[in-house]
Design a protein around this ligand. Structure first.
Ligand SMILES: C[S@@+](CC[C@H](N)C(=O)[O-])C[C@H]1O[C@@H](n2cnc3c(N)ncnc32)[C@H](O)[C@@H]1O
Ligand code: SF4
Ligand code: SF4
Ligand code: SF4
Length: 408
């Protein structure tokens, strides 16, 4: 394989799918479940699980690709706990074998339903960060997060979260905001406070439906701009209202106590530092995805044939992640912005959000505007005075939580 030098010191991230898109649930809005259709006639392992040989190749290569002394492995799915604990014990062994003196961290994303004492002990002993998906109180969560015969999952998830807490495992919550729960922002937010979840990520659900010949039904960004929206998508107005309502409570009571990724990232952009969530960053392309068989894609939301970068049996991660194609994928986020965004006073905070969601037209008919624009614009208008205040506190080495005592 051709040797490519790492062009600059920056972590190279890969989200790894050790069970492919296999899952014990069948959440109605899931963008990942149907990825199994990409592999249905492949000669690859029909069970869609990563072989030991592939795992070893990946861990060795991932460690060798890094130019920084800390390395983060991110285990993702599908459902990560569909692999046995022995698989992850092997991960630890291989990380030790190839890691030298480097600091290696692991994070794992799960639906939480399969957690046991044994899993939690493993996560605690090895210091893994566990992300659990929970969409708020039971009636919101169970609206869409069910298995393939319609059985709800909320109670199993809560049992899992309680086990994580019992064992003192570090965990955070990932929640999606959809057409249903978006109308109840405070019930939703209070739920996370009640379960003592301090780190919360909200992701808006935006999907469009378009049938593909291989049986997939979700649209890729390359598909027609007029593909109909999936019913479970949040509307732009709902999204704006949802964010503003939660922000009002957070900014009065919870700054420095509860960490809401989108609010923290907004403040980061206000202060001119790199935001923690890719959707608000100026460029894409920092985190690729690797499927069970070694196929690498540009981003977790771009696992479509047209965004495949190659396979680690044939190319190195450095070759793929620093390829011209991936660099272009990254800079296209800015370069493809429509005029309305380029002229927008909140471009520095929004950056046009995720390119996957840019399928509407601007006020003057130019394509490529983000579907959620109206919601984001309203949110930025609403939070601007508070963000200005918090930025000023940061500039003067004072805690942004002083905003809670300020008058506006
Ligand atoms: C695909 S799942 C994989 C890991 C694991 N099975 C879980 O549910 O946490 C990762 C995250 O994506 C979220 N998600 C699923 N479908 C989505 C969609 N269409 N848009 C945005 N996020 C979505 C899930 O709620 C979950 O938090
Ligand atoms: S649990 Fe995760 S992977 Fe499984 S269907 Fe739900 S969102 Fe998708
Ligand atoms: S395409 Fe969207 S999800 Fe992917 S890196 Fe860019 S902003 Fe993030
Ligand atoms: S708020 Fe709307 S116009 Fe402004 S940058 Fe974001 S998507 Fe573009």
């Amino acid at each position: 394989m051709e040797q490519v030098l790492t062009p600059f010191a920056r972590p190279l991230y890969i989200m790894t799918k050790p069970a492919g898109s296999s899952c014990n649930l069948a959440c109605e809005y899931c963008y990942y479940l149907e990825k199994k259709k990409l592999y249905k006639d492949a000669s690859a392992d029909r069970r869609h699980v990563m072989s030991d040989d592939m795992l070893e190749r990946f861990i060795k290569m991932y460690i060798e690709s890094q130019s920084m002394p800390q390395i983060l492995f991110s285990w993702h799915g599908g459902e990560t706990l569909m692999r046995p604990l022995s698989f992850y014990k092997k991960v630890i062994e291989l990380q030790k074998k190839y890691g030298g003196g480097l600091v290696i961290d692991n994070s794992i994303q799960t639906n939480g339903t399969l957690l046991t004492d044994e899993w939690c002990r493993f996560f605690k002993d090895n210091n893994w960060l566990v992300g659990v998906s929970v969409d708020g109180p039971q009636e919101f969560h169970d609206e869409y997060r069910r298995n393939n015969i319609g059985a709800p999952s909320f109670h199993k998830v809560m049992r899992g979260i309680n086990l994580l807490k019992k064992h003192g495992v570090e965990w955070n919550a990932l929640a999606v905001v959809n057409d249903f729960n978006a109308d109840y922002p405070l019930d939703f937010y209070h739920f996370f406070k009640e379960i003592e979840c301090r780190y919360i990520q909200f992701t808006p659900i935006v999907e469009r439906i378009i049938p593909h010949t291989d049986g997939r039904t979700l649209a890729s960004p390359m598909d027609a701009h007029d593909a109909p929206l999936a019913d479970f998508s949040v509307s732009p107005a709902q999204w704006g209202e949802f964010l503003c309502t939660i922000f009002d409570e957070w900014v009065k009571n919870d700054v420095g106590q509860y960490f809401i990724q989108l609010f923290d990232s907004t403040l980061a952009n206000w202060a001119g530092v790199q935001p923690g969530v890719c959707t608000m960053a100026r460029t894409c392309g920092h985190a690729g995805v690797m499927e069970f068989n070694g196929d690498v894609y540009s981003c977790d939301h771009f696992v479509f044939p047209e965004y495949k970068l190659g396979n680690i049996r044939e190319k190195t991660l450095v070759e793929m992640m620093y390829s011209d194609r991936q660099q272009k994928f990254g800079t296209d986020k800015y370069d493809s912005l429509p005029g309305q965004c380029r002229r927008c006073k909140y471009l520095f905070a929004c950056n046009g959000e995720c390119p996957k969601n840019r399928f509407t037209v601007t006020a003057d008919g130019e394509p490529g505007l983000n579907y959620l624009c109206e919601g984001y614009y309203r949110f930025f208008e609403h939070v601007a005075p508070y963000m200005d205040f918090m930025k000023n506190e940061l500039d003067n080495q004072r805690p942004p939580s002083n905003v809670m005592n300020a008058r506006f």
